[in-house]
Write a protein that binds this ligand. Sequence first.
Ligand code: TNX
Length: 515
Amino acid sequence: MIIPHPTHAVRIPGRFTFDPATAVRAEGAARPAARLLRTLLRPATGLPLRDSPSGSVVLAVDPLLGGLGTEGYGLTVGPDAVLLRAATGEGLLRGVQTIRQLLPPEALSERPVPGVAWWLPGVQITDVPRHRWRGVLLDVARHFQPVRYLRRFVDLLALHKLNVLHLHLTDDQGWRMPVPGYPRLTEVGGVRSRSMRGRAGSGRYDDEPHAGAYTAAELRELVAYATARGVEVMPEIEMPGHARAALAAYPELGNVPGRALEVWTEWGVSDAVFGVHDEVLDFCRSVLGAVLDVFPSRYVHIGGDECPVAEWAESPRARARAAEAGLAGTAALHGWFLGRIGEFLLAAGRRPVCWADGSGAAGALPPEFTVMPWRDAGHGLAAALAGQDVVMAPHRATYLDYPQADGPGEPLGQAGAVVDLRAVHANDPVPADWPPEAAAHVLGTQAQLWTEFAQTPADIEYLAFPRLCALADRAWNPAADWATDFLPAVRGHQARLAALGVRHRPLDRPRTATA
Ligand code: TNX
């Protein structure tokens, strides 16, 4: 009853019971996993899990176990010993989460739980993920969350063997990333005077200023915290659209000289986008320089979605730029812009990532770009056939800001489709009708937690759970069956979510019920 469903697992007789004398044997590259095991189990169990060369819980890295890949692991639990093995330290981190889930659910509590026998059932597990990108986007631009909460969110990802936290750091409604030399980005761009409290265009607002920004030290700490749990933090800086918070801070980055904009208080797509003059590209490179300093991730996301091109059509500077670059028209500046910034990231040894939504921009980009099709899988197919890697983000299956049921009891969500648990679980990252040469470019999939309507951690967790469990299950093991594997597992998993204090939509609540 593990989520995600292990690729091979069999029960064997007996159980292993922990006691205060139980010790852990881990050397070299296995040590970080032993530390994580201790850190995760201590609050609820109080078990010291001392380090000892004769420990009965053995964690070992053996590079000869190449068949397990970088994230797979083997776990054997017998009456006298627990043996966790992997080809890498990362594989062991995944196995640690399995050990956690095999214990009584109370083991996940953050507070001491006395009087529980801490035991593992006898099992033999060999578990290897099918997809290497199993991610979640968290939008901290629309509603800021402190790093303290991001750490909890990372822990929740790691529990489900999700391995990428895509941090959406900037948007029209807020800029959260500190950049040396550009203090106004967070001082001005990090604050909005009020927020729309209905859907886009509703005209309903609160009168509460909303503000927040991270420090570089906080973000570095977050990266270290996530790394210790096998989670990569991929930053996203939006360009050339969704940039209004930056334009509020530095109006000269826009297309209309002398215009003063405020950090946007509406939801939707703003017509105000970055200009395409040299100063803007230099600015974006400076911002990304600061981003690369803080985030060691191989992948860096530069947005690229929903970029209205009307301002460029009107701008003499943009028209001159398009002509000088030999482009067919100003609309092509969208791909041109992303291409120039992508070159910068590639020269810095990173892989640029952008959204693909049929604007044509992604098609203008070289194969070194990784794209995230969100509107239509066909945009991903075109990219894959052109040699780009693809992370699938289809909105009807991975947008957690869409309601998970259509009852009046659900919180306000984006207008559009209901994304229920089954829809998430049904989403095989590789569409069934793709030819093998395209399928080979699919790195995996990720969920999107846009936060226009999610203000608090409790709001976020209600949207995320249990749907993230379904996404994690599919991305790790597409063979997991909805009825026989996932449903029974997620039923039992509710006790774990309860122990963690995660607010979630109860499974037995009918699709259309009131709360
Ligand atoms: C589209 S998907 C957006 C976001 C919104 C989201 C709401 C994408 C790359 N852009 O800016 O938050 O829809 O569902």
